[in-house]
Write a protein that binds this ligand. Structure first.
Ligand code: TYD
Length: 203
């Protein structure tokens, strides 16, 4: 089974992943956590390029670098582990591209969707969108560490990213579940656990 976690900066995905890891280990479920960009060796180089505030990139080149990272990620990590029947959980995946490069940068969603389709990228079985107020998310990101190239974008960029995420959840409610990320971390985890248990029971 393939599950992805999505959300804007500071939405609390890292805390959620820690909680999920403990929970799934207790259940003795064979799980692999991975993330984008930068899960493979080549991907790490791409990630450095993408996140460095010194990188000057056109939106289209940014999109293609992210897709290159993803192709490597699928080939070397996602597909082999799904074939071993593992539960694969990725911190960010295709919906990040629709939200950031589509919503944020303004690249046509149709182009992104056609790349996803033609490159035969596996569609997740379940996606959790941790939805948080943009100001709160950005403040958390700012308090955490030095800002990367995306975090440095103006607030309206992040608002467009969030709106695009919400559109995806509306369009594809069977796959994408919106979780209220403005709650306490325990409540966020409990909400996710609720949907996860339903999905795991059907496995
Ligand atoms: P990272 O620090 O891993 O994310 P987070 O802020 O969740 O800890 O940074 C990854 C950045 O890459 C994040 O700002 C979003 C961006 N990104 C895209 O713009 N498009 C994509 O398709 C992916 C996977 C990430």
């Amino acid at each position: 089974m393939f599950i992805t976690l999505e959300g804007i900066e500071g939405s609390g995905k890292s805390t959620l992943i820690k909680n999920l890891n403990n929970y799934l280990l207790d259940l003795d479920i064979d799980v692999l956590f991975t993330r984008e960009p930068g899960a493979t060796i080549t991907g790490k180089n791409i990630r450095n390029l993408l996140l460095s505030p010194n990188t000057d990139l056109s939106s289209e080149a940014e999109l293609l670098l992210i897709m290159a990272d993803r192709v490597e990620h699928i080939k070397n990590i996602i597909a082999p582990n799904l074939n071993l029947n593992k539960l694969v959980i990725s911190d960010r995946y295709i919906d990040s591209t629709i939200a950031y490069q589509g919503g944020g940068r303004g690249i046509k969603i149709k182009l992104i969707e056609s790349l996803i389709k033609n490159l035969k990228m596996p569609i997740p079985d379940l996606t959790f969108l941790i939805d948080i107020n943009v100001e709160i998310g950005l403040k958390r990101a700012k308090d955490r560490a030095e800002l990367d190239r995306f975090e440095k974008e103006e607030i309206n960029f992040h608002k467009r990213v969030r709106d695009a995420y919400l559109k995806i959840a509306k369009k594809d409610p069977e796959r994408v579940i919106r979780i209220n990320g403005n709650q306490e971390e325990e409540s966020v985890f409990n909400d996710v656990k609720h949907y996860l248990e339903i999905k795991l029971a059907k496995r």
